[in-house]
Design a protein around this ligand. Structure first.
Ligand code: C5P
Length: 219
């Protein structure tokens, strides 16, 4: 079985996907980390984020490796550990611009399918159920209100010692959702057969258990 988990920014996809994968001994693939890695490299190399072909050209020179150990994913870009760099606010603010280019997405999707080809995978992203793995046996669309998603992100950042304005987070998340869901090619969208789980008032454990129950029903 393959599991696709899609949804807007901050809905808890990666936390949930990692726990589901760990519990089933499946491979977890964080596809957002791949777009973030390309954004990181493009900003380092001063490549215009509007130039899809230049980004694709850069991507062909990049080896993006996602290493999972229990529930920790390490991201290596041509061997360099960029795990925390790709979570910075500048990457978060720019990644949707990079992800909107069709040529970039084609290459990313090819890499994602290659990583998923052995099966028993949990992929999280925006277009997994609609585009990357349209035949996935279980598709989940995780949502939560924008206020709740901003609150979670606020708590995560303040726990790390960062100072951030809550209202600014609400706006940034709403902006990223808009860019992701209105882009022309493979936008963020619930797949027809996806099960929508609104996590606004659920704990992480509730969500993980719901998904594990859905897996059980299908096996
Ligand atoms: O999941 P995460 O928030 O790390 O994703 C970062 C960004 O990467 C998203 O806002 C979106 O622009 C892009 N993305 C995408 N398709 C995916 C995964 C991520 O367009 N499958």
């Amino acid at each position: 079985m393959n599991i696709a988990i899609d949804g807007p920014a901050g809905a808890g996809k990666s936390t949930v996907a990692k726990l589901v994968a760990e519990s089933l001994s499946y491979l977890y693939i964080d596809t957002g980390a791949m777009y973030r890695s390309l954004t990181y490299a493009a900003l380092q190399e001063n490549i215009s984020l509007e130039d899809g072909n230049a980004l694709l050209n850069l991507l062909t020179k990049l080896d993006i490796e996602l290493k999972n150990e229990e529930t920790v994913t390490t991201v290596l870009l041509n061997g360099e550990d960029i795990t925390s760099d790709i979570r910075s606010s500048s990457i978060t603010a720019n990644v949707s611009l990079v992800a909107q280019h069709e040529v970039v997405r084609h290459e990313m999707v090819q890499r994602q399918r290659q990583l998923a080809k052995e099966g028993q995978v949990v992929l999280d992203g925006r277009d997994i159920g609609t585009h990357v793995l349209p035949d996935a046996e279980l598709k989940i669309f995780l949502t939560a209100s924008v206020e709740e998603r901003a609150k979670r992100r606020y708590e995560e950042l303040t726990a790390k010692g960062e100072t951030i304005d809550y209202e600014q987070l609400v706006q940034e998340i709403a902006k990223r959702d808009k860019l992701d869901s209105t882009r022309e090619f493979a936008p963020l969208k619930k797949a027809e057969s996806a099960i929508e789980v609104d996590t606004t008032s659920l704990t992480i454990n509730d969500v993980v258990n719901q998904i594990l129950n859905l897996v059980k029903e299908r096996t």
